[in-house]
Design a protein around this ligand. Structure first.
Ligand code: ADP
Ligand code: MG
Length: 448
């Protein structure tokens, strides 16, 4: 706690230099820091009016100052006194959910909400849905392995759990194991360390259905790949069903042994696509029904229209809208809360960012020429800004990797992907890079 308050005092000190004395006295010094929750710093303003003014005048400055002192914070939440109690209640609720999820994972239990009944079928996922149903009814028969791949938040985990829930309900004799790739890896490493590899092998090889989620994480893990290869063969030869989910097609999983790649491709590889508007709307309606929310119907249409990235985002924003309406004591969520909830998204769309604009800011920041930025030079002084620029574009605007490649002198999409992933990785360990990137984002966003 001490540490928490010390950091807050440092924020105060910095802010004193960043805003006028009047602003500081009125809006900043009066804030009461509450806690860091879910990477957000929660602050209490003295009144609703000071909260409003603070957010209007100094939100960006405060956020970036907070981020300078709190490593793990990526947003701030300012409450007014009337909102405090219900917010903290909500947080408790969310923490409970998180705990249950962890327990579920440890005990190899499945999320009972992830069923076929709760899965909305549309053009984007109908084939993979049929395959999942088929495998649930005839495990080990038709599609082995079933390999499901697609972007984040599109329903892969939901489908694996749905298969599991279906089988457990309809055939209690079938032994089924659901693990994430990470759990498989950890169990394997632990077994090696504790010298009980036999028990490990037995656990994985005695099942009738093995599901491994996020199998792409096996990339680069030579030992685990070797072990998984043998597990796979053992199960396969005994007609046991294997189901894998990944965010990439096997051919795009880097550093994957060829023999595993070809095993993965030996059954059915099926992708899951982004849902279209009708499906997005149907998913929201389903969610409202499951959670017993009261939401105006124009709100659902608005959300389905604005959020086309993935289903997790869609659900997250629906929850946000409902929480907002509860916070202000309403019985049903209306367009007012929806617009408030989506303000960040719509304002970044309205900013009309372009690749060119981001390049300009980066060139200016690192003092490099645009011809060099998009050119072939390979010295660090150019390569670093180039990769950072690529990363920023992928973070800030929604354009295909190929388009970005073209803007960078015809590089192909894997080069773009590589640059993006490299910076994303480096930011986690390199604090000064992180600060630079944050500076750049702030500049790009204010530069219009
Ligand atoms: P992934 O594993 O592909 O990243 P998840 O399976 O975790 O995605 O899905 C993210 C969220 O979206 C989950 O809450 C899930 O229930 C929901 N979801 C995904 N697809 C659908 C669908 N077709 N119908 C209903 N809910 C869905
Ligand atoms: Mg998943």
């Amino acid at each position: 706690m001490d540490n928490f308050l010390t950091k807050w005092n440092e924020v105060l000190k910095d802010m004193e230099n960043l805003v006028t004395a009047v602003s500081y006295d009125l809006y900043i010094e009066t804030l009461e820091p509450i806690k860091v929750e879910n990477n957000r710093l929660v602050l209490l303003a003295s009144t609703a009016t000071t909260k409003k003014q603070l957010l209007k005048l100094h939100k960006e400055k405060l956020l970036s100052t907070v981020q300078n002192h709190f490593d793990n914070v990526d947003d701030i939440i300012v409450l007014d006194p009337t909102e405090k109690d219900s917010f903290l209640e909500d947080v408790k609720e969310a923490e409970k959910i998180l705990e249950t999820e962890q327990v579920l994972n440890e005990k190899n239990k499945l999320n009972e909400k992830y069923t076929f009944e709760n899965f909305v079928v549309g053009k984007s996922n109908q084939i993979v849905y049929s395959a999942a149903i088929n495998v649930s009814k005839n495990p080990g028969k038709n599609f082995n392995p079933l390999f499901i791949y697609g972007g984040v938040g599109l329903g892969k985990t939901h489908l694996l759990h749905a298969i599991g829930n279906y089988i457990r309900k309809n055939n209690k004799t079938i032994k089924l194991l659901y693990v994430t790739c990470e759990q498989f890896m950890n169990a394997f490493t632990k077994a090696l360390k504790e010298k009980n590899i036999e028990a490990f092998r037995q656990r994985y090889r005695e099942v009738d259905v093995l599901m491994v989620d996020d199998i792409q994480f096996i990339s680069n893990k030579t030992g685990t790949q070797e072990e998984f290869f043998h597990t796979f063969n053992d199960l396969y030869q005994n007609n046991k069903q294997i189901i894998l989910a990944s965010d990439k097609h096997p051919r795009n999983i880097e550093a994957l042994e060829e023999r595993l790649r070809s095993r993965f491709a030996g059954g059915l590889i099926q992708d899951i696509q982004k849902p279209d508007f009708e499906t997005r709307l149907a998913i929201l309606q389903k969610k409202v029904e499951i959670e017993n929310y009261t939401v105006d119907s124009d709100v659902l249409e608005y959300l389905a229209e604005k959020i086309d990235t993935n289903i997790r985002e869609l659900e997250g924003n629906l929850n946000k809208v409902v929480s907002l309406s509860i916070l202000i004591g309403k019985n049903n969520a209306t367009m007012l809360e929806a617009e408030e909830a989506l303000r960040d998204i719509t304002s970044s769309q309205a900013q009309n960012l372009t690749i060119d604009k981001i390049m300009d800011v980066v060139c200016n920041y690192y003092k490099v020429k645009k011809v060099d930025l998009v050119g072939k030079k390979k010295n660090k002084e150019i390569v670093d800004p180039r990769q950072i620029c690529i990363y920023l574009i992928t973070e800030l605007i929604d354009v295909p990797l190929m388009t970005i490649g073209n803007a960078f002198g015809g590089r192909d999409h894997t080069t773009i992907m590589h640059a993006r992933d490299k910076i994303a990785q480096n930011i986690k360990v390199d604090k000064s890079l992180k600060t630079n990137v944050e500076d750049l984002i702030a500049m790009i966003k204010s530069d219009n």
